[in-house]
Design a protein around this ligand. Structure first.
Ligand SMILES: Nc1ncnc2c1ncn2[C@@H]1O[C@H](COP(=O)(O)OP(=O)(O)OP(=O)(O)O)[C@@H](O)[C@H]1O
Ligand SMILES: [Mg+2]
Length: 242
């Protein structure tokens, strides 16, 4: 198992954002993580990537106990992530933003620039390499987050709503990008609200609700699961989103 989390708990005051979450991802998988707003998906990612220390539970990544390691240690072990609100270093160019990832494994500026340029090429940002990152729109910022993560040369990439806020043609491009990342041998765990994306990309989906996984299966299985419909999909259908 590449990533295994057991009984993860993270509270904020009296909000149990993550409340006994379990997860196991094998190398080479592309797993979806869905669930209603506030279910705790992003907080769970923060625990998995070392951005937050869980109060209970244990996480193993790449054969090591990783529960309380820093984000940097996680990145060194091969776990990279993007954030729901993309992190952009606004005073730097697009290339320099991607170099922040590449410096993890390459001390030489020239080598880091080369690795970062490759990541920009792969994500379709090569033409904007010298632009100030602040000039990028939503789709560009999301792609830059992916490029910076790829520049760390990860084994596992956690994507938190990488396609949210994109137009339908940008979503098509992004689905192609995710498929190409996976084809490179990188394991993916993706939080995504767009069910069409889940259906097209994943074969296994976990459904998060109130801080834990309440269902798991193929996209067809989870979308037919009455508990999932009650907790998540039914509500979206009423709002015309599903
Ligand atoms: N830093 C924080 N301080 C206090 N409460 C927080 C913090 N981060 C998250 N929460 C709360 O924890 C719960 C889980 O939030 P989280 O952002 O993890 O959910 P989510 O599943 O990612 O939701 P969304 O689909 O809207 O992104 C929510 O009730 C949220 O308000
Ligand atoms: Mg979230």
């Amino acid at each position: 198992m590449l990533l295994e989390a057991r009984g993860i708990v993270k509270t904020f005051g009296n909000v149990r954002a993550v409340d006994g979450a379990d997860l196991a991802v094998e190398e080479g998988e592309l797993v979806g993580l869905i669930g209603p707003n506030g279910a705790g998906k992003s907080t769970f990612f923060d625990c998995l990537a070392g951005n937050l220390a869980p109060e209970a539970g244990s996480i193993r990544f790449a054969g090591l106990e990783s529960t309380r390691l820093s984000p940097d240690r996680h990145a060194r072990l091969g776990l990279a992530r993007t954030f729901q609100v993309p992190v952009v270093f606004a005073g730097m160019t697009v290339l320099e933003n991607a170099m922040v990832g590449a410096f993890l494994r390459h001390e030489s500026r020239a080598r880091a620039a080369q690795k970062a340029a490759e990541a920009l090429e792969f994500t379709g940002l090569a033409g904007q390499a010298e632009m100030p990152a602040a000039a990028l729109g939503t789709a560009g910022r999301k792609r830059l987050g992916i490029a910076r993560a790829l520049a760390t040369e990860p084994r596992l990439l956690l994507l938190d709503e990488a396609l949210a806020g994109l137009t339908s043609s940008e979503i098509e491009t992004a689905i192609g990008l995710l498929a190409r990342i996976h084809a490179r041998g990188i394991t993916l765990l993706v939080v995504e609200h767009i069910m069409e994306v889940i259906h097209r990309l994943t074969r296994r989906v976990l459904v998060f609700h109130q801080g834990r996984v309440i269902a798991e299966g193929s996209p067809a299985e989870v979308t037919a699961n009455p508990e999932v419909i009650r907790a998540y999909l039914g509500r979206r259908a009423k709002r015309g989103e599903a």
